[in-house]
Design a protein around this ligand. Structure first.
Ligand SMILES: [Zn+2]
Ligand SMILES: [Zn+2]
Length: 352
């Protein structure tokens, strides 16, 4: 079958027409024919051979990359109960052990034995993928294929607002990439009183404005950054926003986030800092009484149910607009070039 592999630690990925089709091995396995798959920021890091990821993947290379997809079930193992051949599905690609303390206390998203398909095992940049039934999410038929292709990323965005009681809060979202735009739209949909979004791209800020952001700020200049901070602190009884969600990974955004949040506010971190950061714990966290939430993956499976619910509640038009490119899997290089140049939002690839 067609697939995209990471075969070595050099920069790039390899397309093949001859990858072996995956087979049902365990009785709880489900075989899915991939209809569409999407490129994620992590895939770009894999493409660039980020040292940590390359070292982790070396043990399993050559490995099929990709972890965002949707497709149709074509075969089920003997012990599969609620999934049927023909179901339109996506899947959580973090495979959890089910046995560790976190799994057994309802916190499987921080399973200590997580295996990520597309990194630690074969993923979905391919015509077929096998996933355990526990990880399968049946999708309503009215979710378009190109949106269902990136449920994983939508889940990241929804997970960032889940720990917060968002209704009536003033929220700043730093970074207007696909996840930032979805997070801002979802925060507004969930009742945030005001959503402020920052980025350095006018195109992305315009997009954020059209999808729920009340105010956008271009922080590419010192004046732009200052006007953002001034707006955040404009309420003299709060002197900062209630919630700040970091989606950019930019070191400057990490500086801004401690300045724009009010005392006693909440900080949600999803963007991965591009370099190690220095934080003044006393001034910026302890004396400010902040609550900090680190976000990994999606809560299993609370986040999945929430994202489907929010799509039905009005998030779908934003998600459709996020898809800027759709290409055949064989032309993956074009898609990666678009993302590496920072030109598109979501790039969806069709394997069939
Ligand atoms: Zn992803
Ligand atoms: Zn576990």
């Amino acid at each position: 079958m067609k697939a995209i592999l990471k075969s070595n630690s050099e920069v790039g990925l390899q397309f093949t027409k001859d990858a072996p089709e995956p087979k049902i091995v365990n009785p709880t396995d489900v075989l899915i024919r991939v209809r569409a798959t999407a490129i994620c920021g992590t895939d770009l890091d894999i493409y660039k051979s980020d040292p940590d990821l390359a070292a982790r993947m070396k043990k399993v290379m050559p490995v099929i990359t990709g972890h965002e997809f949707c497709g149709d079930v074509v075969e089920i193992g003997k012990a599969v109960k609620r999934t049927r051949v023909g179901d339109f599905v996506s899947a959580e690609m973090h495979i959890l052990c089910g046995e560790c303390y976190n799994c057994r206390t309802g916190n499987g998203h921080v399973c200590i034995n997580t295996i990520i398909k597309g990194i630690d095992a074969d993923g979905c940049f391919a015509e077929y993928v096998v996933v355990p039934e526990s990880n399968i999410i049946k999708l309503p038929a009215d979710i378009p294929v190109e949106v269902a292709a990136f449920m994983d990323a939508i889940g990241n965005a929804i997970h960032t607002i889940t720990p917060i009681e968002i209704a009536s809060k003033r929220v700043a979202v730093l970074g207007a990439g696909p996840i930032g735009i979805i997070g801002a739209a979802a925060a507004k949909l969930c009742g945030a009183s005001e959503v402020l979004v920052t980025d350095i791209s006018e195109t992305l800020l315009k997009m954020a404005k059209e999808n729920g952001a009340d105010k956008v700020f271009n922080v590419s200049t010192p004046e732009g950054r200052q006007s953002f901070l001034d707006d955040c602190r404009s309420d003299s009884t709060r002197k900062g926003v209630d919630v700040v969600i970091e989606m950019s990974g930019h070191p400057a955004a990490y500086e801004d986030l401690f300045q724009c949040v009010r005392m006693g506010g909440e900080v949600v971190l999803l963007g991965l800092p591009k370099r190690p950061l220095t934080v003044n714990f006393t001034r910026d966290i302890i004396f400010k009484g902040l609550t900090i939430h680190g976000i990994i993956g999606r809560r299993t499976y609370d986040t999945w149910f929430r994202m489907i619910g929010l799509m039905q509640a009005g998030l779908l038009p934003t998600l459709k607009r996020i898809v800027t490119h759709r290409i055949p899997l064989a032309e993956f290089q074009k898609g990666f070039d678009v993302k590496l140049k920072g030109e598109g939002l979501k790039v969806v690839m069709d394997p069939q």
